[in-house]
Structure formats: C-alpha cells, structure tokens
Design a binder for this molecule. Structure first.
Ligand code: BGC
Length: 492
C-alpha cells in the first residue's frame, strides 16, 4: 500500500510509471540499505578519547582546504545523535546500514598500546541498536581517516602500516564480531591513493602521482589482505561472517567500435578497477598496467617500474582475499584512444593515456565528476562478472549530489530509478547482485567540498542548534520502494 504522501508525490512527479523501468520485483533476499562514513557523519572529533586522524590534521592545518569552511569536527554530529539516525534508518525501512569505524576512536594513535573503551562502547551501542531494529550492521574498518601518528610514519606509503591495520582489524573483530556478519576492510583504496597521495585535494595532500600512488595501492592491498587473513584464520569459524573490500569505478565505455577505442576502454577499466580487483582475484596487477607503466618508466630513465613488482609471496598473500565483490558505482564515461603522450612527467594519467569524457546529453549533477549514465550500472556489473566471476556482488554506494540540499529532489529519484532498473537488468543477465546501499543517509560532509555537495536522502540543517534532520522526497520514495520492492506500478 502506498502511503498518502507517496501516492501524491507519485502523481505529481510521475514516479510510479517510469515507462523504461524494469517491471521485475527485486529478489526476495535482496538487501536495501544506506551508507555513511565516520569522518563524514560523526563529529566529536576529539571527544570520548578519540585521537587525531589525518583528516583532522589536514583541515585544522589549513581551513581553506574546505570549500565552505566546514570540516568533520561536528558535521552531522552522529557521535551524539546516533539514536535519532537509527530511528530514521528504521523508519525508512532499510535492511542494512553501512557505516565506518574511526580507527582513532578505537586506537587513538593507531597502535594497540591503548584501546579506548569509550570508542568501543560507541560502536557497540550503535551495532546493538541496529540489531535490535532488525538492521544488519555493515562496518567498514577504514574510510580514509588514517590515524595522524601513522600518517607521520609514512602513512600508506609505508608497508608497516599493513601490520598496524591488521592489529586494528583484529581488535574490531574481537570487540564487534559477535554482532557483525559482513565486513568491509577499506573503502575505495583507489580514491585514497589517487586523490590523497596524488593531489592536494584529499588528506594527506601529497602530490606523488607518478609513484607514490602505486606504492600506496600496494600497501593498501597488503593491509586489506592482512585484515582478511586474520579474519579467516582467527574468527571465521566462531563468527561465521564474510569480508571484502569496497572498490569504486566509473564504467568506461568505448567511444566507437574501433579496436583502438575498445582497447582504450579496456585499459581504462583495468587501470580503474583492475588495479585492485585483479591482484585480489587473479594475483597480480593487470597486464596493461604492468606493460604500460614498466615501458614508460624505462623511457623516463628509471631502472625499474614505478609500479611495484609483486613478489610471489605478495601474489599468494593477496590473491583470494574476497568473500563477495563490493563496488561503489556512481557514473560512467566514454573513452577514446589517443596516441601515447610523449614521455614527460611520470603520472598515472599519462600512464593510462586515453581521452575520457561524458556525453553532453547525460544529466549533470553539482559535482563535475558525476553525470547520470544509468547503463553504467548494468555494464559495469556485467564486466565484473566476466572479469572476476564473483559469487555475490553488493553495490555498496551509489548516489547523486546537488548543491542545495533541496527537499524536492526529483533528480535524485530519477537517478536512483534508472540505476536500480539497470541493476535489475544485470540480475536478469545473470549477475548475482545481493544488495544496494545508497550513499547517503544524511547530507554528510563531502570531504573538501564541505557541505556544498549534498548527497543525503535526509536533509541536515547545519545552521540549526539540533542539526535538524528532514526527510527529502527521495527518502519517502526509497521507503516506498523498500515496501513494494518494485520500481513501477505493477511488477511481475
Ligand atoms: C566515497 C564517499 C563520498 C562519495 C561521494 C565515494 O567516493 O566513498 O566518501 O562521499 O563517494 O563523493
């Protein structure tokens, strides 16, 4: 039954009819949910014994790094308002809530020398409240907020960080594992490395786009593998959960049928997703990366490849560290071959080459990297099946930014309808997609864009004393979808 409000919205915006939308029901066990991350939602940056993270340092050191002056010190204040947020999740009707654990809330300086019980209690309370409300907790161990102390040790450039990460993961499994059946180790390692270690735009703001980014990827893969193996060896028998890593990639589509464009799109997908997925599923970097970076490095005067060589031991250690495929899918691009750039500055962008662009007809969001190309969902899910053949795939993020946070967010609804319809098509194609988690529950802090980019289903008034949460139309729409499990009037 549609609620009156949803019924009226349906009539006004013609939501329920969507001529081109799939008329299939979502499968019975399909899980719907919402995603957030600690730094973006919690606030309480130095409360309850929490230590400093590299994002705390990054913004405090230079306030102009945030577009509108907002940082994660308070943001949605979920550190204090988590009960209200759990209530919203319950009212929307989600099956799963994906959040992240702030490493520095559990281990203030990142090391096991002090376990902060107040931080542990915060997540225990959250996890238990979710369980009490029949919502499955899906914690991510690391969503970009490295302890500042470990950042000073070299951060993700230092292989020792993988050991620290393993120790931290073990503590999380010990503390929370009884109530958690699905884990994610690291969120979007590619974004951390490319934007944080390859540009000034994310913490720690290093510009090592020719070499640091590849070392960062190597260390994050080791860290992920360590956390996976610790679960496998020490906890799986007693806790019976599953562990994976959340990768991200905008689908790359050949601009034309020409073999050069087809190959260019493959290179793009390999540099984008294969960079991480290939070692985890097949045991080494994708061949196009090995060849292109290796060749260019030699031409640039290096005696070795800027892409670290994985030893046999590394390959064996990283390979197979997946229980399900977790993927964040937001957008897609066309890819066109261009003749190789001459040898210049070592750079990821030059290593992969290619001209990458959106179709002018695709609706634009308020973020320049994100246009709406719903078919990206179906195509990327199918590509994942062909390349990695995972038993289960979960879409752990998908979302639409606008700059106003309007409650009348029809654009977001249209975006979700298109992507979810393509997800159903992918299921029809034979991809075993088991869940969809929308980003995000609230208008969380959008990193260096502050609150200028709003992705929540629920609006947050950052000027109000209570940080008032107000449902947008998309929240009502999602609530209705979770009841009907169908994108159109009548599903088969
Ligand atoms: C990240 C989120 C971010 C979202 C929207 C994802 O890449 O995991 O932290 O807020 O995209 O930009």
């Amino acid at each position: 039954m549609l609620t009156l409000r949803v019924f009226l919205l349906c009539l006004t915006f013609n939501w329920c009819h969507g001529a081109d939308l799939s008329n299939k029901f979502f499968p019975k066990n399909f899980q719907f949910g919402l995603s957030t991350s600690a730094y973006q939602i919690e606030g309480g940056w130095n409360e309850g014994g929490k230590g400093e993270s590299m994002w705390d340092r990054y913004f405090h050191e230079n306030t102009s790094r945030s577009l509108d002056g907002y940082n994660g010190d308070v943001t949605c204040d979920s550190y204090h308002r988590w009960e209200e947020d759990v209530q919203i999740l319950k009212d929307i009707g989600v099956d799963v809530y994906r959040f992240s654990i702030a490493w520095t809330r559990i281990l203030p300086d990142g090391t096991t020398k002090h376990i902060n019980q107040e931080g542990v209690n915060y997540y225990l309370n959250l996890i238990k409240a979710l369980r009490d409300n029949n919502i499955e907790p899906l914690p991510t161990l690391y969503h970009w907020d490295l302890p500042q102390h470990l950042s000073e040790l070299g951060g993700w450039l230092n292989p020792q960080i993988a050991t620290y990460f393993g120790d931290y993961a073990r503590i999380c499994y010990q503390m929370f594992g009884e109530h958690v059946k699905r884990w994610l180790t690291i969120n979007e390692p590619k974004s951390t490395c490319l934007i944080g270690y390859g540009s000034i735009n994310n913490a720690p703001g290093l510009e090592l786009i020719g070499d640091g980014i590849y070392q960062c990827a190597y260390v994050q893969l080791l860290a992920h593998a360590k956390a996976y193996r610790i679960y496998d060896e020490e906890f799986r028998n007693s806790q019976g959960g599953v562990v994976s890593i959340a990768l991200d990639h905008p689908w790359s589509e050949p601009y034309s049928d020409s073999p050069l464009d087809v190959e260019a799109a493959n290179i793009e997908n390999q540099f984008g997703l294969g960079w991480y997925a290939h070692p985890i599923y097949h045991g080494n970097w994708p061949q196009p990366m090995i060849e292109r970076i290796g060749n260019r490095s030699l031409l640039e005067g290096y005696t070795f490849s800027r892409l670290p060589v994985l030893s046999n031991e590394d390959v064996e250690y990283i390979k197979g560290t997946h229980d399900y495929f977790a993927i964040n899918i937001y957008t897609g691009y066309y890819t066109q071959h261009i003749d190789d750039y001459g040898v210049g500055e070592p750079s990821y962008w030059l290593d992969k080459g290619n001209n990458v662009f959106s179709d002018p007809s695709w609706p634009k969001s308020s973020s320049d990297w994100l246009t709406s190309y719903p078919e990206a969902m179906r195509k990327l899910l199918n590509w994942i099946k062909v390349e990695y053949n995972p038993a289960e795939v979960m879409v752990t993020e998908n979302g639409w930014p606008d700059s106003t946070g309007t409650l009348e967010d029809q654009e977001r609804i249209t975006y979700m309808q298109g992507y979810l319809s393509n997800l159903l098509d992918a299921i029809d194609d034979g991809v075993n997609v088991i869940g969809y988690l929308h980003w995000s529950l609230l208008d969380v802090l959008e990193w260096n864009a502050g609150h200028t980019q709003r992705l929540g289903l629920v609006h947050v008034d950052f000027e109000s004393a209570n940080l008032t949460r107000t449902w947008k139309n998309s929240a009502y729409w999602y609530q209705n979808l979770l009841t009907t499990r169908c994108l159109v009037d009548n599903c088969q």
